[in-house]
Design a binder for this molecule. Sequence first.
Ligand code: NAP
Length: 256
Amino acid sequence: MFTPLTGRTVLVTGGTKGIGKGIARVFVHAGANVVVVGRGTEAGDAAVQELGSRASFVIADVGVAADCERMAAETVERFGGIDVLCANAGVFPDAKLEDMTEADIDAIFATNVKGTMLSVKACMAELERSGHGRVVLTSSITGPITGYPGWCHYGATKAAQLGFLRTAAIELAPKGITINAVMPGNIETEGLDELGPDYRAAMEASIPQKKLGKVEDIGYAALFFATDEAGYITGQTIVVDGGQVLPESPMAMEAM
Ligand code: NAP
């Protein structure tokens, strides 16, 4: 049995939609207070409506240090501290390398890499104060393990998060804070829907379980890393992908 997370406070960046909202829902069901962060008020208010009375919304852009400091301060003001940070906010616009502009590269790094680092930095003191601080990053299989045309910059950001994770784990350990990452495969989200039905069908065909993941599948992995019982695990990753990275070639799928 795991120690209940009742009354703990969880800050989920990018918690207003998609995977982040799924993570938030799992923590609410586990008894935690949850603050969801995003740049849009409409999505933020709708998420809180859906998540219920233990959820709250803070508008912030994780690529801006002052916003990250304010999101941490408002979380403490509303719920008295921060026990868990899920640094999940991310964007995945596509562009082939030959068409990619400097602005495209800067924009994706601002949210996915700088945003991850600034979020952790802003929450560190409160996570230490909790006595059992937990950070869970949302990385990806794309970049650290696989590649996909159009996502050179995205893959670079998702791999960069894991480079950050390994040194941050060492620096955070004396503060009693663990930091780990979930690496999702293809998960059903608003963001993924925008990639269109052909992308979805191709992905389903390439996954041994023949289905996309659900946002809660990522939430359950994040929940495990957040438990007291996972306190001796830090600097680690878990792939949650229905087996997507396993086939050696399309022939491996045809042989099923
Ligand atoms: P999504 O449905 O597009 O949701 C992204 C969330 O992040 C939204 O709440 C968005 O709200 C927020 N966000 C984006 N930029 C932000 C910023 N600069 N500051 C604050 N909030 C920001 O995307 P998703 O599919 O759930 O992806 C979430 C994470 O999972 C990302 O890190 C992504 O790389 C990773 N991932 C997703 C998949 C997948 O299959 N869906 C697979 C692997 C990894 P606003 O737009 O209102 O700010």
